[in-house]
Design a protein around this ligand. Structure first.
Ligand SMILES: [Zn+2]
Length: 139
């Protein structure tokens, strides 16, 4: 049956307009053809309106878990990919996890003391100085 081709999370993604367009077309087709599919979608839409089931909600729940100390260290050294950094910033500042904030403070103290961190930091400032002077030239 057509409705078995779609998972709940795909239906949620559809509601949030986050489904790839091919899937979107397929899903709309099966919504036209199937009563039970329409009912299923409307049930999901209701739960979603109550904040139980949205993509955003799932995302928040998954991201409530604490990053490990190594990740926090990498965050301090600014060597994480952007999405990891966003996750950690979300966790630290939006969720406001006390444990991780304490961990981060602690790491900050020890990182400051190591030459490796100083080297990286110098490199970071050099590259941003270069970047800034380029910006200045283009104005
Ligand atoms: Zn945490």
């Amino acid at each position: 049956m057509a409705e078995d081709n779609f998972s709940d999370s795909e239906l949620i993604a559809y509601l949030d307009e986050m489904l790839p367009s091919e899937k979107m077309v397929e899903l709309e087709q099966s919504l036209r053809d199937s009563d039970s599919m329409r009912q299923r979608l409307s049930r999901i839409a209701q739960r979603r309106d109550h904040g139980v089931h949205s993509v955003g909600e799932i995302w928040r729940r998954q991201r409530l878990s604490c990053p490990d100390r190594e990740k926090l260290g990498s965050y301090l050294l600014d060597v994480l990919p952007a999405d990891h950094r966003e996750y950690i910033e979300f966790h630290l500042y939006t969720v406001g996890c006390r444990l991780c904030n304490a961990n981060l403070n602690d790491l900050e103290q020890s990182v400051k003391a190591t030459p490796e961190a100083q080297r990286r930091r110098r490199k970071f400032f050099q590259s941003s100085a270069g970047y800034l002077s380029q910006m200045g030239h283009s104005e």
